[in-house]
Write a protein that binds this ligand. Structure first.
Ligand SMILES: [Fe+2]
Ligand SMILES: [Fe+2]
Length: 465
């Protein structure tokens, strides 16, 4: 097999015999995984997909009809900056690391494996969705997200195989062995073990959980380990579309719900009531907040000190890249009550990144609320308080209401079905999920998109079934 032809890349694969050998072994296992755990069905179907074939301005977005298994999973790094330096932490201004520094080897490997694990996990979570697509346009977007998450796995596997020797190759194999939601070999992070088996969940996932990905990748795009920084910078170009799918997907559901609210009872009319949408927002927002890690974190401080993981837009937003002398005030739980505490800034960097994320999510809520207002509906959607329904960090193990007040476990259990999707809510949403595959047609519970893909109309046959 000619790997260089099969794997478009700008990492000099044709000259790198060791990497070729590792990838030759890994590629068949990857394809096995894709067939076993990738989209169920549709493997011989032509899909109008975007493929990255080079890092040139026009090369990362090549549109054509492709069968998913023939998608060219490329390995691309943003071109190197000559004379790149470490942009923050204790070694600020030193030459960027081009190989893995021995003392940070375990930390870096852990960062890369944790990021890498999310990519195949999301493909597994979305495996069944093709069968219930609301339109061909949406089906195409689902598959676009799936193949790109597959490529992101490749990007992380490249780093492991190229820079971490034997244990990197073992980790690359393990990335194909864990399974989302499998109690015996789960994915590493909990949001990636949650079921995502209807389209409302899918849109919330791509809105909130892919958006966590944006912030993690942005922080890693600042890394002093230059191959990681360059890899993440390139991945971010693709990630924008995933969040677009989620953001506009929910917007379209909200718009349709608002239209039905004016006609009568949303349930009777076959739409998704606003309170069920709100509960799904609460669920995915809270699980996605957990992905940022503990509010007070010595790991975050260590990664920053070492120059491995920076802040969001570290170079653009900050003047002081050492961040040693400041403190950050956060809300903690002390003796069963909420209190404020000053924490050294470096230990609060997970929370700083989470704050950036929350502000970004708020913009999405504003767009959805504008859709409600445009339809003349007075109700509004909102984000729950960041303490609500948390499983990681300072607020885990405590019970908070939707506004972030400490409440008893009994009270939480009593109100839970007002705040989070109940079994009945999930079953109702599932009952609406019937495939609509005629070009130009759309399911009743969602509005059509404002425009199609790459200048094509909504009616275009994006998937040739
Ligand atoms: Fe990704
Ligand atoms: Fe993504």
């Amino acid at each position: 097999m000619n790997l260089n032809e099969r794997i478009p890349n700008n990492v000099n694969l044709s000259e790198d015999k060791k990497l070729q050998r590792a990838l030759e072994k890994w590629l068949p296992n990857y394809l096995d995984w894709w067939h076993e755990m990738g989209p169920d069905g549709f493997q011989t179907t032509d899909v109008y997909l975007r493929t990255a074939i080079s890092v040139e301005p026009d090369g990362w977005a090549n549109f054509d009809f492709v069968k998913m298994p023939d998608y060219r999973w490329g390995i691309f790094l943003k071109p190197a900056q000559p004379g790149a330096t470490i942009g923050f932490g204790d070694n600020y201004g030193q030459p960027a690391y081009q190989e893995v520094p021995g003392e940070f080897r375990n930390s870096l490997r852990r960062i890369i494996v944790t990021q890498g694990d999310t990519e195949p996990a999301s493909v597994e979570q979305q495996r069944e969705l093709g069968k219930t697509c609301p339109s061909l346009y949406d089906l195409r977007n689902l598959f676009q997200v799936n193949v790109e998450e597959g490529r992101h796995l490749w990007a992380m596997v490249y780093l492991l195989q190229r820079y971490f020797g034997r244990d990197g190759r073992d980790e690359a194999d393990a990335l194909l062995e864990r399974r989302s939601g499998n109690p015996d070999k789960p994915r590493i992070l909990e949001a990636f073990n949650q079921p995502c088996d209807d389209w409302l969940n899918f849109f919330c996932f791509t809105m909130f959980t892919d958006r966590d990905g944006k912030y993690q990748l942005s922080a890693l795009a600042e890394s002093g380990f230059e191959p990681l920084a360059r890899t993440c910078q390139f991945m971010l170009t693709e990630e924008a579309h995933h969040m677009f799918v989620g953001d506009t997907g929910i917007n379209r559901v909200v718009k349709r719900t608002a239209q039905l609210m004016k006609q009568g009872d949303v349930r009777e009319l076959g739409g998704i009531p606003l309170d069920i949408i709100q509960k799904h927002i609460n669920f995915w927002f809270s699980y996605s907040l957990d992905l940022f890690g503990g509010e007070i974190s010595s790991n975050a401080a260590d990664f920053f000190a070492a120059g491995l993981k920076g802040r969001y837009k570290e170079q653009e937003q900050y003047q002081d890249h050492a961040a040693v002398s400041q403190t950050f005030t956060m809300t903690v739980v002390e003796n069963g009550q909420l209190a404020t505490r000053d924490v050294p800034l470096r230990n609060a960097l997970n929370e700083v990144l989470r704050g950036e994320y929350v502000r970004d999510c708020e913009k999405g809520l504003a767009r959805w609320n504008k859709a409600l207002a445009d339809e003349g509906i007075g109700e509004r959607l909102y984000l729950p308080n960041v303490r609500f329904h948390r499983h990681v960090g300072e607020y885990a193990g405590q019970n908070f209401d939707i506004e972030g007040n400490l409440v008893s476990k009994e009270y939480f259990e009593q109100r839970k079905s007002d705040w989070l999707p109940s079994l009945e809510d999930r079953e109702y949403v599932r009952s609406l999920m019937h495939p609509v595959t005629e070009p130009g047609k759309i399911a009743n519970w969602i509005a059509p998109p404002a425009s199609g893909i790459k200048g094509k109309p909504f009616e275009f046959e994006y998937v040739r079934l």
